[in-house]
Design a protein around this ligand. Structure first.
Ligand code: GLU
Ligand code: ZN
Length: 292
């Protein structure tokens, strides 16, 4: 199998130093293994994606010296595949229709009988389970169009009872230094992640579902990305297992921080690659700044 990495930016703002690090590292790793480096545009959030940011991504990456095969995969072209996977999960009885808004979730999660502060997962408050009874009944109920759908994590975990299903190989590091063979349990999934949204009503998909389907479609063997997504990888492994997709190796890298140790936000335009370039810096200066 060819070693393949990817860089998967969202065209919702300028690329900054953190993106440059991620893209260059993914390319360097592919090159070191005589593999391929691919690009993917993650533009499912059409309320925030803009064509000029996409154009800027191509410009910035080319300036950094990166090349990638054409055509570039764009998530907005792949809604039919996301929908097909959702229908499959629905037929397996793994999804339920959720009508809660943010406030409902906050109130249910902080109700006195729940005890203590709500637990935060990769997508915010761990879902308190309000709509979990609204199941597909293993496909007996027709697939609801235009609805928010959540993964029933308990059912998914039950389906994955074989040992080794809840595991992946990490060649970088998680936030607590986790590396190597990472195992997680059903208990971890239920308490720290919960019933995540797989289909947003406004998108017809979600980051988690799309990233898993696209990494598989592009034949990605090594997912290189920031450490902030380490916990989300557990969701991705669950989805890969229930959908019968290969589980790639993960490499979660350091987050590039500013002088005060704060994470670089996307809107931190002062650190935009384009700004450094306008200031006369060279691509090799960017490499040096991110420690490559
Ligand atoms: N589009 C995501 C981001 O820009 C990429 C996440 C990933 O690499 O899995 O954060
Ligand atoms: Zn709900």
């Amino acid at each position: 199998m060819t070693y393949r990495t990817r860089f998967a930016p969202s065209p919702t703002g300028p690329l900054h130093l953190g993106h440059a690090y991620s893209a260059l590292l993914a390319r360097d790793m592919a090159e070191a293994h005589r593999g391929k480096f691919l690009l993917r545009i993650e533009d499912i959030d059409q309320s925030r994606a803009r064509p000029h940011w996409e154009a800027q991504i191509y410009d910035d990456l080319a300036w950094l010296g990166l090349t990638w095969p054409q055509p570039v995969m764009r998530q907005s072209d792949r809604l039919q595949f996301y929908n097909a996977a959702l229908r499959k999960l629905w037929a397996l009885g793994l999804l339920f229709h959720c009508t809660c808004n943010r406030r409902d979730i906050q109130e249910a999660a902080s109700a006195p009988q729940e005890g203590g502060a709500p637990i935060m997962g990769p997508d915010g408050i761990v879902y308190p389970g309000t709509c979990r009874h609204r199941h597909s009944q293993d496909g007996a109920v027709p697939f609801p169009g235009n609805a928010a759908l959540r993964l029933d994590m308990a059912r998914a975990a039950t389906m994955l009872s074989q040992p080794e299903a809840l595991a992946f190989l990490e060649t970088g590091q998680g936030p607590d230094g986790q590396t190597g063979h990472i195992r997680f349990t059903e208990e971890d999934l239920l308490t720290t992640i919960g019933d995540v949204v797989l289909c947003r009503r406004d998108m017809g998909t979600s980051y988690h579902l799309s990233v898993v389907l696209d990494d598989a479609a592009q034949g990605i063997t090594h997912v290189v990305r920031g450490r902030d997504l380490f916990e989300a990888s557990k969701i991705h492994v669950v989805l890969q297992r229930v959908l019968g997709l290969p589980v790639p190796t993960y490499h979660h890298h350091d987050l590039i921080r500013d002088a005060e140790g704060k994470r670089l936000a996307k809107r931190d335009d002062a650190r935009a690659i384009a700004k450094y370039r306008d200031d006369g810096l060279r691509p090799e200066d960017i490499r040096a700044m991110v420690g490559l």
